[in-house]
Design a protein around this ligand. Structure first.
Ligand code: SRM
Ligand code: SF4
Length: 517
């Protein structure tokens, strides 16, 4: 197949960087980087190519890198969690781990001199962070209760592992997929509640039956960016589970060869769909696969509202339960991580799962172990029954660690929700998502109330503020929310949110609020 990569002179900065040296090449240089230290490293290697190994230079905390894992389907073992805890523990106050909106973990405080040793520890327990940043496929999301949900239609775990193995060559790195035009998101849903936010992925598989055969209808092109946000569109394709890996491979090859590369702002798959139309994309994928694909099933099986899995639930295996623990804004410290690993071992099967709402699930807890587990001190901090507004709070990283951020998010989000929780009785959870800039990592467009960081003028000064999004619908008939109000200074936000919660979500005041508060 002929590549349509433009001539070097027309390449944007990142295409030039990749043409000069593939990102994955730094894998062989990690010992050298560890010896010379971050300040002596070539800047392109340090600031960009290291992301192919999942190691992110943080201009906000120079010398303290972030490491983004790959946890297919958001599932890990207690041994893996312990290794990650040991990694962040050595960095004291600088070390922590955030659960991400892709069912994944990001570690903080990492020193370049430790990276080779960290990778050796990862390998020993089957962890990888490879190809988790830049122009690679991100963590592949799946139903967080795969294999344990009585109502599931398909257990997504093995399939997601197979797709990850293809893309990463079983964690070794796969040069075939390290030079995509841009990032690429894949999600596979096996349940009825669209637990993966299928509509915001470049390719998503949603359950659908055809002539009583189980398979997936396919959506393509969903994405958020600072410039444009689009829900995925139907690909008019149905595939049996056995064809999912081959379809992902073919689509990635077509995208790699034909995706637009001149302008990085217009390089995601949807921009190619704009140029080609869905029918041409499908026919190119069919050519790549060497066979035709079946048209989509007439209906899919996403029939429910989205569940958040917080609480205690019986599994499909009689006598076993899973517990969804609420992790405030997804932030974990080393002590929490060790404790979660211990709880998984003592009460469950040593397995820990993560959700796209940045929470934790402990599966396989026998009925007889439920009571003692619920009495564990960690469950005071990570509750199975959190207050309704905290329960559904999601936040991206924000300015504490992210240099794109226009505002601080996580700490502010939690503090504000605690204050609102004290003032309001709220009958139901309200999904409030904070994101520090228009890149939308915190997915404000899928929220009941989305808050997107911006800069605003107040009293003659530039201050941190938000644009407010509303109307995001998840689960069945998912739809993106839209911006309803622009430029609210964060210092003025509390009464605005309070009013929204009272007007639209049935919250009531516990007692009258003093004017101006
Ligand atoms: Fe994101 C870039 C954090 C999910 C859209 N994202 C970044 C960077 C790497 C920017 C940077 O280098 O500082 C952020 C790292 C900050 C840090 O230190 O933590 C960052 N994104 C995150 C995470 C950690 C947010 C969170 O707190 O959960 C999520 C990590 C997921 C993972 O495990 O891989 C995260 N990012 C998302 C999502 C949500 C999703 O995938 O469902 C989106 C929108 C969906 C999408 O991509 O279509 C998202 N991130 C972006 C974009 C805009 C992409 C674009 O096409 O323009 C950027 C900027 C870029 O890539 O140039 C970005
Ligand atoms: Fe950083 Fe912006 Fe993404 Fe938040 S939304 S993590 S501020 S890039």
């Amino acid at each position: 197949m002929t590549s349509t990569v433009p001539a070097v002179a027309n390449l944007n900065k990142f295409e030039k960087l990749k043409a000069e040296k593939d990102g994955l090449a730094v894998k062989a240089e990690l010992e050298h980087f560890a010896q010379i230290g971050w300040e002596a490293m070539d800047e392109a290697d340090r600031d960009h190519r290291l992301k192919w190994m999942g190691v992110f230079f943080r201009p906000v905390t120079p010398g303290k890198f972030m490491m983004r894992m790959r946890l297919p389907n958001g599932i890990m073992t207690s041994s893996q969690m312990r290794v990650l805890a040991e990694v962040v523990q050595r960095y004291g106050d600088d070390g922590n781990a955030d659960i991400t909106t892709r069912q994944n973990l990001q570690l903080r405080g990492i020193r370049i001199e430790d990276v080779p040793d960290i990778f050796r520890r990862f390998e020993a327990v089957g962890l990888t962070s490879i190809q988790s940043g830049m122009d690679n496929v991100r963590n592949i999301t799946g139903s967080p209760v795969a294999g344990i949900d009585a109502d599931e239609l398909f257990d997504t775990r093995e399939l997601i592992q197979q797709v990850q193995d293809l893309i990463t060559n079983k964690g070794e790195g796969n040069p075939a997929f390290t030079n995509l035009p841009r990032k690429f998101n894949i999600a596979i849903a096996g349940c009825r509640d669209n637990s993966v936010h299928a509509e915001i992925n470049d390719i998503a598989f949603i359950p659908a039956y055809k002539d009583e055969r189980f398979g997936f209808n396919v959506l393509v092109g969903g994405f958020f960016s600072g410039k444009r946000c689009e829900a995925a569109v139907p690909f008019d394709v149905w595939v049996a589970p056995d064809d999912v890996v081959a379809l992902c491979e073919a689509l990635l090859i077509v995208y790699r060869e034909h995706g637009l590369r001149a302008n990085r702002q217009k390089a995601r798959l949807m921009w190619l769909i704009d140029e080609w139309g869905v029918a041409k994309l499908r026919s190119e994928v069919e050519t790549q696969m060497g066979r035709s694909l079946e048209p989509a099933a007439l209906k899919d099986e996403i029939l429910w509202d989205k569940r958040d899995h917080i609480g205690v639930y019986a599994q499909k295996q009689p006598g076993l339960n899973y517990l969804g623990l609420h992790i405030p804004v997804g932030r974990l410290f080393a002590a929490d991580m060790f404790d979660l690993a211990r709880l998984a071992d003592v009460y469950g099967s040593g397995e820990i799962r993560l959700t796209v709402e940045q929470n934790v699930i402990l599966p396989n807890v026998p009925d007889s172990r439920l009571e003692p587990l619920l009495q564990e001190p960690l469950l005071k901090k990570f509750s199975v029954a959190p207050a309704p507004l905290s329960r559904s709070l999601v936040s991206c990283t924000g300015s504490q660690f992210c240099n794109f951020a226009l505002i601080e998010t996580k700490n502010r989000a939690q503090a504000l929700i605690d204050e609102l929780e004290a003032e309001l009785d709220s009958p139901n959870p309200v999904r409030i998502h904070w994101t520090g800039c228009p890149n939308s990592c915190g997915q404000p467009q899928v929220a009941d109330i989305g808050l997107m960081g911006t800069k605003v003028r107040k009293d003659g000064k530039t201050v941190e503020g938000v644009d407010i999004y509303m109307g995001g619908k998840v689960g069945k008939d998912a739809a993106l929310g839209t911006c309803v109000t622009k430029g609210i200074p964060c210092s003025d936000l509390k009464p605005v949110l309070r009013d929204l919660l009272m007007q639209h979500f049935g919250s009531t005041l516990r007692q009258p609020v003093a004017a101006g508060s």
